[in-house]
Write a protein that binds this ligand. Structure first.
Ligand code: HEC
Ligand code: HEC
Length: 368
């Protein structure tokens, strides 16, 4: 009786064995436990403080590498022509020198591609702060019809057909390619892009000797507050929105503001996300690191030079701009900075230049 049972079971067991072999055979089996952990302190500089790393997505060498492959791979787009790196170019601090980037079929969006670095510390993403998690964010460019125009179901199939991804996904997560792990791997890679190697970093927080006299003047202007009557102003007050080691107000309650570009809005910014009139024309304050590489400036890339940016804050602010930050409206009087003050501000901004970001092999195209 017992014997018979075993005999009956045998074909079932065999079939199951064969089936599972067929699925897994050509590639290394379940290896999630083998992925090599990366110590956050090896990636993130102490001067920045530790960022919050999502508990369910610890950094691993294999995960980061997979994310890097995906970032540089045009297979993520409809016609395999555009990768994330087409618009986020390492030689421009992962920004795009074009005012508006080109996606599939040469289509264009309405905003300038921001540079990508120190994202691990950021709390919101996109100019209008509409995303909070990198793993969610990646699906936007992939599916945007003007960017990569890819159907995600189709993308999963595409990835599964490629040996390089069958191997890399298993090494990182122990499973065959799937969208969830794709987004986690990209989150890992994006988090590891760090820029912390500039003259400014030798200064931070208070070694003023690292600066030339002109840079020092610029620094003091940047961090000084104007009074409401003295002109040219004695302080340019940039630090409220671009202060600290990140040169950026990261806290969304401080950093999402209007900096007075337009009286009449063509882009509602954050107001479009919240639906509130009190958020119209507000945008996320960007980091001012690496500006030398990241022209053109502002959400629509309207300024091509830093001189134009400084002229905006000094002389051209629109006091009637909806929701203009009170930080920028000093009694409806323009700052009227002198030419020397403007040059000093720019000299200081340039101390936040990190050329090593542009050549760091850890972030470069792994297919070359
Ligand atoms: C066709 C050009 C293009 C492609 C391709 C593209 N991006 Fe972007 N990216 C942009 C633009 C433009 C923005 C700003 C959009 C906005 O704010 O509404 C942006 C914003 C971002 C941001 C937000 C940065 C910040 O500081 O808030 C991240 C992160 C990002 N992209 C990552 C990616 C990743 C990852 C990919 C590939 C999956 C990708 N991008 C593909 C153009 C592109
Ligand atoms: C009240 C907050 C606030 C203050 C104060 C402020 N900014 Fe900004 N800054 C912003 C916001 C918001 C943006 C993005 C606006 C947009 O694109 O619509 C921005 C954008 C910029 C950019 C463009 C960066 C890029 O990557 O495109 C530069 C450069 C800049 N600011 C420099 C300065 C300087 C210099 C000062 C001082 C004179 C200053 N800011 C004061 C909020 C502020």
């Amino acid at each position: 009786m017992r014997k018979q049972h075993y005999i009956l079971l045998l074909p079932v067991l065999l079939a199951f064995g064969v089936y599972s072999c067929k699925r897994e055979a050509p590639l290394p089996v379940k290896s999630s436990f083998l992925a090599t952990p990366v110590k956050p302190s090896d990636v993130f500089p102490a001067s920045f403080g530790m960022p919050l790393i999502p508990k369910d997505n610890p950094l691993t060498e294999e995960g980061i590498y997979l994310g890097r492959m995906l970032f540089y791979d045009p297979v993520l787009s409809l016609d395999s022509s555009i990768s994330c790196a087409s618009c986020h170019r390492q030689e421009f601090a992962f920004g795009d020198p074009k005012t508006l980037s080109k996606g599939v079929f040469g289509l264009q969006g309405t905003r300038n591609a921001p540079p990508l670095y120190n994202l691990a510390w950021q709390r919101t993403f996109f100019w209008d702060a509409r995303q909070r998690r990198l793993r969610d964010l990646v699906f936007e460019p992939i599916q945007d019809h003007r960017e990569m125009a890819m159907n995600v179901i189709r993308l999963e199939e595409k990835l599964r057909k490629l040996d390089r991804y069958q191997i890399a996904f298993r090494k990182a997560f122990g499973e065959e390619p799937n969208l969830h792990h794709m987004s986690l791997a990209m989150e890992q890679f994006l988090m590891t892009i760090v820029s912390a190697n500039s003259k400014f970093d030798q200064f931070f927080p208070r070694n003023l000797n690292a600066f030339s006299p002109q840079e020092r003047d610029g620094f003091l202007l940047f961090n000084g507050t104007p009074d409401s009557t003295t002109r040219p102003a004695i302080g340019a007050d940039c630090f409220h929105c671009h202060g600290g080691v990140h040169a950026q107000a990261i806290d969304p309650s401080i950093g999402i503001v209007s900096n007075g570009l337009d009286d009449v809005l063509t882009d509602k910014g954050y107001g479009n996300i919240t639906g509130k009139a009190s958020d119209l024309g507000k945008f996320k304050s960007p980091s001012l690191r690496n500006l030398v590489y990241t022209a053109p400036y502002m959400h629509d890339g309207r300024f091509t030079t830093l001189e134009q940016v400084i002229d905006h804050y000094s002389d051209n602010l629109k006091f009637n701009a909806p929701n203009l930050s009170p930080q920028l409206n000093h009694g409806n009087l323009h700052l009227q900075l002198t030419a020397a003050q403007k040059s000093a501000l720019i000299a200081f901004l340039k101390t936040m230049t990190d050329s090593s970001l542009l050549t760091n092999k850890a972030y470069s195209n792994p297919f070359r």
